[in-house]
Design a protein around this ligand. Structure first.
Ligand SMILES: Cc1ncc(COP(=O)(O)O)c(C=O)c1O
Length: 239
């Protein structure tokens, strides 16, 4: 059984991500899961255990906080700046010997805030320097009003040492039939050795079926709105 997903799907997704991000993503980086929520659970379970800490940017996506607590991992809350975007300085100040990851959702749920590529690079630099993972939940990637790469992290051939990139078919696909989400994990998939994985979008870029721009997407089932508004399904810190 192909635990990490069908090889053809992993290949196709790696190629899609490499094109969309202008980076280096290979099939072995990709793990296909039953939704982005499961991807988060698996990634975090591989990275951290009871007693460890994970930095969670406020306002958080409620499932992230819930899963960490259920797993006995301590969420440490990162206050964003006034624009609701986290700063590398604030993230770094929260890192302790028990920190295993920094989690950022971009575009944010519930904030809608989009973290710029340069800021994502700075956060990745902090994570790499402290040998912790940067977990990017990119569920709402295609809700941005641009086809520019959301970040340039995949252009570093060593990205998988630090970056976990999570995606969702249910939000990032015009097909209502899919509910899977692959994820792109860095270091450990089995145990805590270093490996990686990644994510997917099923429509070809530029597909006529892919509406563009804020407000042009319709949630599949109580799903999300465009950045700038608050995607439903996430309640953040004020539950
Ligand atoms: C930020 C974020 N991540 C993950 C998910 C879950 O995605 P999936 O339906 O693929 O499990 C959601 C759904 O609301 C979300 O808002």
């Amino acid at each position: 059984m192909e635990i990490a997903g069908l090889p053809q799907l992993r290949e196709a997704f790696a190629a899609d991500l490499s094109a969309a991000y202008r980076g280096h993503v290979r099939a072995e980086h990709v793990v296909v899961t039953a939704g982005c929520n499961q991807a988060f659970c698996l990634a975090v379970s591989a990275l951290a255990g009871p007693g460890d800490e994970v930095v969670l940017t406020l306002p958080y996506y409620f499932n992230h906080d819930m899963w960490l607590r259920m797993a006995g991992i301590e969420p440490v809350y990162l206050e964003p700046g006034p624009d609701l975007v986290p700063t590398p300085e604030a993230a770094e100040a929260l890192i302790t010997p028990r920190t295993r990851a920094i989690v950022v959702v971009t575009p944010g749920n519930p904030s809608g805030a989009i973290v710029a590529p340069e800021r994502i690079a700075a956060l990745a630099e902090v994570a790499a320097r402290h040998d912790v993972a940067l977990v990017l939940d990119e569920t709402y990637r295609s809700f941005r009003d641009t086809e520019d790469p959301p970040h340039a992290l995949f252009s570093d051939p060593e990205w998988a040492r630090t970056v976990v990139s999570l995606h969702s078919f249910s939000k990032d696909s015009p097909s209502p039939a899919t509910g899977w989400a692959p994820w792109s994990a860095h270091r450990s998939w089995a145990g805590r050795s270093r490996s990686c994985s990644t994510a997917w979008r099923s429509a070809p870029r530029g597909s006529a079926r892919r509406p563009r721009g804020p407000g042009s997407r319709r949630p599949r089932s109580g799903g999300a709105t465009a950045p700038g508004r608050s995607p439903t399904g996430g309640t953040g810190s004020a539950r």
